[in-house]
Write a protein that binds this ligand. Structure first.
Ligand code: ADP
Ligand code: MG
Length: 388
């Protein structure tokens, strides 16, 4: 394809990470088929790394000599990119490391970021196969944009980074419970939602947040990184990583940006925060990209680097029928406009959740994390993502 090749300044080197266990277990077959073909045609040299276990990618990225790579690309679901992002921020040279362009090719059952990036490029929501082709083109084009990351503090004091979502209650339960339906692919969330609806319950806790001031901070600001007139594809950005040595160390949370918006975890929230009056919820969902799944436009107004957390919660008392209606409306992204009195939507910069029960589920980017009180704040444009 002439248009794609015209962007190539020199061969770029891609570290391509594949999780053979993601989704229906087809990620490696996708690589051997359409992905390899696309990368070959676009002239993108790459080295394949097949993960052998959970956190393998995280370790590889934490230890990698990043001067060797122009981009880190995953073929999997959101979980593998979550490992890559956290691996980069566990490095001593995190400030340069997190500027490494990242790419995603949907090969899992939860491909929400891939769906979001496809959505930002202007396309309607599509099936898994079409999504892979769309993301393949986006990758070969190689345009790099800033992407928000949210830093999440857990009860134990551990900190981790999130690019997609923080969920508690109904959505977190579906995230985790639906893992056993991974073999049906993206439909696992539909199945999981129906199963959970049958045993709908209430989750108790206190939710507080720092509202975004919303001074014209719209999606229009989203765009490629200005590079002073130069090329801004990932093919010649590798100079930002100059081979700094990285050492292992004991406490991962030492690295990464300071969370200036968050109060001490054991103290009260500051006066400019809002505390939600209700304590009985069906779900809390914080999103920073538009798609919750391939077919769910959970935060229709989200964009790649707004510096905004789209916080939604559903108060207890909602009927099963109304909740189902909300999820059906989410397929078109119209749930916020349905006038559902139980659904609240806020644009925030930071939040705190204190669940009352000792046991339960909280997910970050679809991955279960330690349960307990959490605080989070958004860091605008901290990461670099290959987008259309
Ligand atoms: P899916 O969309 O199907 O959930 P993910 O990319 O989210 O796919 O991966 C699912 C989980 O598998 C994640 O928790 C990830 O960390 C983990 N993982 C990565 N590589 C492997 C592997 N080789 N074997 C088992 N689990 C892995
Ligand atoms: Mg997953």
């Amino acid at each position: 394809d002439g248009v794609l090749l015209s962007e190539v300044r020199r061969p770029c080197r891609v570290m391509l990470l594949v999780n053979p266990q993601s989704g229906k277990g087809q990620a490696l077959a996708l690589y051997n088929g359409p992905v390899q073909r696309m990368l070959h045609e676009a002239g993108v040299p790459h080295t394949l790394f097949i993960t052998e276990r959970k956190n393998h990618a995280r370790e590889l990225v934490r230890e990698a000599d990043l001067s060797q790579w122009d981009a880190l690309v995953i073929i999997s679901g959101d979980g593998l990119l979550y490992e890559v992002v956290n691996g980069l921020l566990e490095r001593e040279d995190w400030e340069q490391a997190i500027h490494t362009p990242l790419g995603i090719l949907p090969g899992g059952s939860g491909n929400a970021l891939a769906a979001s990036i496809h959505h930002y490029s202007g396309g309607p929501l599509v099936s898994s196969e079409e999504l892979l082709v769309s993301c393949g083109f986006i990758l070969c084009k190689g345009l790099v944009s800033r992407m928000d990351l949210t830093s999440v503090h857990l009860g134990s004091g551990q900190r981790l980074f999130s690019f997609l979502s923080l969920a508690w209650g109904f959505v977190a339960d579906v995230d985790v419970e639906s893992e056993k339906y991974r073999h049906v692919g993206a439909a696992r969330f539909t199945v999981g939602t129906l199963v959970r609806l049958a045993s709908l319950r209430v989750y108790r806790g206190r939710l507080s947040y720092l509202p975004a001031d919303d001074d014209g901070d719209t999606g229009a600001e989203r765009g490629a990184i200005p590079t002073g007139g130069g090329d801004h594809t990932f093919r010649n950005t590798c100079s930002s990583n100059n081979g700094l040595n990285t050492k292992r160390r004991e406490t991962p949370s030492l690295y990464g940006p300071a969370d200036s918006l968050l109060p001490p975890a054991d103290g009260p929230v500051p006066g400019d925060w809002a505390v939600v009056p209700e304590e009985d919820f069906v779900l809390m969902l914080a999103m920073y990209q538009s798609c919750l799944a391939e077919d769910l436009l959970g935060a229709p107004n989200a964009a790649l680097d707004q510096g905004v957390i789209h916080l939604m919660y559903v108060k207890a008392g909602i009927s099963r029928a109304s909740l189902l209606k909300l999820f059906l409306a989410m397929e078109k992204g119209t749930h916020l406009a349905t006038g559902c009195p139980h659904l609240v939507y806020r644009r925030v910069r930071a939040l705190r959740l204190e669940p009352y029960a000792a046991k339960g589920l909280i997910t970050v980017d679809g991955e279960a994390v330690e349960y307990g009180p959490v605080q989070a704040q958004v860091h605008r444009g901290l990461a670099r993502m290959i987008t259309g």
